[in-house]
Design a protein around this ligand. Structure first.
Ligand code: NAP
Length: 300
């Protein structure tokens, strides 16, 4: 395969909260996009922008050498890539699948091996930066897989992200994303706890953000999620069920490598509490409501 360039055809599967703006950026960068999504109506807007619909992953794969997947979890990626009507049944030798979902490093390595038997490469390229990063094309992209193949698809990744880091062999991108999620979960819990503490101490939490954001406590979570916590805006963004999935993957990997994670284990209980309340599709910033209740303050 040659270096991908504007004007080439790329297949895109998974037009959810993240996949939709990411696919839009590929179109804006001049790629010719063929798309598929389990629920067809989610493709309406991207089709209006000029993408073309295909009824199944296999149909897409017959027409593209490079395919991007942005799906919920390991099961979905396995099904879309290796299932009966999956990419692997239609893609040509030398093709590349770029999986940008957050899934298990182990599953990634297994899928990579299966594709390898067909002379097809899997690049794991999970992302961080949220919906805002997806819209702005400024995602951080953490890449694993064959480095030469990665170099060939860099122009496609550059349409979606601004920080693109090659981390090593298959699964290294996913492992890096788990590292990222440890930091996000612990930091997000710290921000939520601090903002509730501020409220109880009689401070204006908005002013607290202003006062702290430029100092040592400044963070993406404080600046982006802090105001939403204070407003009680718990819409997604990044859904609780996806964080629950990611922290499950962190826990599984920590057992494999025997790495105690005391802070992450505690932080994960706040997302679990939201799951127990039936709020799996709320944004993760809703942990603020759990901490408010611990403080006997009614949720916003
Ligand atoms: P989402 O809105 O729930 O989208 C998930 C996508 O996967 C949808 O297109 C969905 O199809 C598809 N899907 C799920 N199960 C499937 C299956 N069994 N077969 C085929 N398609 C299936 O989630 P998202 O927020 O875009 O997240 C996507 C991935 O990015 C997740 O791995 C998440 O952890 C990761 N991520 C999310 C964020 C964020 O801020 N949202 C940030 C970084 C990384 P339908 O439309 O039919 O449901």
């Amino acid at each position: 395969m040659d270096l991908v360039k504007s004007g080439d055809t790329i297949g895109f599967i998974g037009l959810g909260i993240m996949g939709k703006p990411m696919s839009e950026n590929l179109i804006k960068a001049g790629f010719n996009l063929l798309v598929h999504n389990r629920t067809r109506t989610r493709a309406d807007e991207i089709l209006e922008m000029g993408a073309q619909w295909r009824d199944s992953p296999i149909q897409l794969a017959r027409e593209c050498d490079v395919l991007v997947t942005m799906l919920s979890d390991s099961l979905a990626v396995r099904d879309v890539v290796l299932g009966e009507k999956g990419i692997s049944k239609g893609i040509s030798k030398g093709g590349v699948v770029i999986d940008m979902s957050t899934i298990s490093p182990k599953a990634t390595m297994e899928i990579s091996e299966k594709l390898g038997e067909l002379n097809v490469s899997l690049i794991d390229a999970p992302v961080s930066g949220g919906v805002a990063g997806a819209r702005q094309g400024s995602l951080s992209i953490m890449v694993g897989g064959d480095e030469d193949v990665f170099q060939l698809v860099v122009p496609a990744l550059e349409a979606m992200g601004s920080d693109i880091t090659y981390m090593g062999g298959s699964g290294s991108g996913q492992k890096t994303k788990l590292v990222n999620q440890i930091m996000v979960a612990v930091n997000q819990n710290g921000v939520a706890e601090a903002l509730v503490f501020a409220e109880k101490a009689g401070l204006d939490p908005n002013k607290v953000i202003e006062a702290c954001k430029g100092g040592g406590a400044g963070s993406f979570q404080l600046q982006n999620q802090g105001p939403r916590m204070i407003e009680g805006d718990y819409s997604p963004g990044f859904m609780v069920k996806h964080m629950e999935k990611d922290l499950g993957l962190v826990s599984e990997t920590s057992e494999d490598i025997i790495s105690p994670l005391p802070f992450t284990s505690l932080a994960s209980q706040f997302y679990r509490a939201l799951m127990a309340e039936g709020k799996s599709e709320y944004g993760t910033q809703a942990i603020h409501s759990v901490i408010r209740r611990l403080n006997s303050i009614e949720p916003n």
